[in-house]
Design a protein around this ligand. Structure first.
Ligand SMILES: Nc1nc2c(ncn2[C@@H]2O[C@H](COP(=O)(O)OP(=O)(O)O)[C@@H](O)[C@H]2O)c(=O)[nH]1
Ligand SMILES: [Mg+2]
Length: 453
């Protein structure tokens, strides 16, 4: 009966409406956004390494990249993949701004009388550092400054602040200022402090734009930093007043605009997390990363009567947290690796759940550049990974450390002693008829597509 319907042909086809799924991919710098998007496009075009996706969807499709359709910088898949196809393959260069591309999926209709279904995946790649600034929308200069100064006063951060705070203390901040170079110096020293934090493994820095300026490099609008509140009124021509004006302008022209242009409505937000960094650097860095994601997600996890919610009403259906670069760890440890991410985001996930936003926590390696082997260390057999270390020519075996069965034990953080090697990427197949090896990309793709196909 069913096969009879399937084969009916009409002089016309019954149309199926096109769909667009807007997918925002974000994560802190070096979390793996560019590599992830390159692999995702490669996987869907080749579609030879996605058994889970194909089995669950049960539909045949072709994927094609559409030509650029907007003023956005296009995510240049072709130049990224070229570097991966070199004889000595290379990771893509660091990217510093928003880029966008559309991958069109055409699903073969199940019935001849139906037109094929078109699903456009609109993929947008944002620096997480920019999103971190969204929480500034809620704060005036005075409150923001206080928050930043309190944070700088925490013992784990204080060690990085010396120069900035010393200069701040000897500067005349509240009366008429005749020397513009002082403003510049204050800003530079504050930026320097943020950079030092960043190199120390910290991720929560505000404004995130100071680290990832994108097209605002050297823009005078960014020439400010937090300052202590004046005792009385600050002079109109003082440094304090000037910084307050720039802060307000930055928030309303840059942060708000980003929010209005990009974050009004999209279906899925993928947040990529580099957990390896927290495992190498310990508990403070883990907690600090949690703070960053709290700020990044603030626009979605706020209560109902807050400023952002009242004015912008963001629409979002799904947030996927994915721990990246899982190929640094043997498969036997993957569930524990995922559990660590669950611990990192548990409260954010709860906040999203209660607002009817679907959440998923998963792990991936977009470009699997190692394979698992067993080796003996001090007579004990351990699970290791084998790959080519960057700059070398031959494969070597690496034991990164092992994750505990339970994380309740604080000694995990105290004694954690992980070392991750930077591996050269495996070479991509020369044509898009074959995709690169990955870990669990098909599960993630299914999560994105399952409610739309
Ligand atoms: N082994 C491995 N390394 C990865 C993977 N994804 C990213 N990396 C590493 O992380 C670095 C940063 O990735 P990238 O995508 O440029 O990060 P972005 O700044 O978030 O766009 C790369 O240069 C690689 O060294 C992966 O799947 N496997
Ligand atoms: Mg990038």
């Amino acid at each position: 009966m069913l096969s009879f319907i399937k084969d009916i042909e009409l002089p016309f086809k019954i149309p199926t409406p096109d769909k667009t799924i807007k997918i925002a991919v974000t994560g802190l710098s070096r979390s793996g956004k560019t590599v992830f998007l390159t692999s995702l496009i490669n996987q869907l075009i080749a579609n030879d390494k996605l058994p889970y996706l194909n089995e669950k969807l049960g539909r045949t499709f072709v994927a094609r990249l559409l030509p650029p359709d907007s003023v956005y910088v296009r995510f240049d898949y072709y130049s990224k993949i070229k570097a991966f196809r070199l004889k000595q393959p290379k990771w893509p260069k660091a990217t510093r701004s928003v880029s966008k591309t559309t991958l069109q999926l055409e699903f073969k209709s199940e019935y001849r009388l139906l037109e094929n279904q078109i699903i456009n995946l609109e993929l947008i790649d944002y620096p997480g550092e920019w999103l971190m600034d969204l929480s500034m929308l809620d704060l005036d200069y005075k409150s923001w400054s206080k928050q930043m100064l309190d944070l700088a006063d925490e013992p784990k951060r204080k060690v990085y602040t010396d120069e900035w705070l010393a200069f701040l203390q000897k500067s005349n901040l509240y009366s008429k200022n005749g020397d513009e170079s002082i403003e510049e110096k204050l800003h530079d020293l504050y930026s320097e402090y943020l950079k030092r934090l960043h190199y120390g493994g910290f991720s929560f820095v505000q404004p995130g734009r100071f680290l990832e300026p994108g097209d605002m490099q050297d823009d005078p609008l960014l020439l400010f930093c937090p300052l202590p509140e004046p005792v009385g009124e600050a002079d109109e021509d003082s440094i304090y007043a000037s910084f307050e004006r720039k802060y307000n302008q930055y928030v309303s022209e840059v942060v708000k605009r980003l929010y209005l242009e990009h974050f009004q409505a999209f279906d899925t937000q993928i947040i990529l997390v580099d957990l390896l960094k927290t495992m190498e650097n310990g508990y403070d860095i883990f907690e600090d990363m949690h703070l960053s994601f709290k700020h990044i997600l603030k626009s979605f996890t706020y209560g109902s009567n807050n400023f952002l919610k009242r004015f912008f009403k963001p629409q979002i259906n799904q947030v996927i947290f994915a721990a990246t670069k899982a190929d640094h760890i043997a498969q036997s440890q993957h569930n524990q690796y995922k559990k660590l991410l669950e611990i990192l985001v548990w409260d954010l996930k709860k906040e999203l759940d209660v607002r009817h936003i679907d959440t998923d926590v998963t792990l991936i390696a977009a470009v699997k550049s190692t394979y698992d082997v067993k080796a003996k260390i001090a007579g004990k057999e351990v699970d290791c990974v084998r790959g080519i270390v960057e700059g070398e020519k031959e494969f070597s075996t690496h034991f990164p450390g092992s994750l505990p069965k339970h994380y309740t034990d604080e000694s995990f953080w105290k004694n954690a002693n992980f070392h991750f090697t930077k591996f050269q990427p495996v070479s991509f197949p020369m044509r898009d008829n074959h995709a690169v090896e990955h870990i669990r990309m098909d599960k993630l793709l299914y999560d994105i597509l399952k409610d739309h196909v």
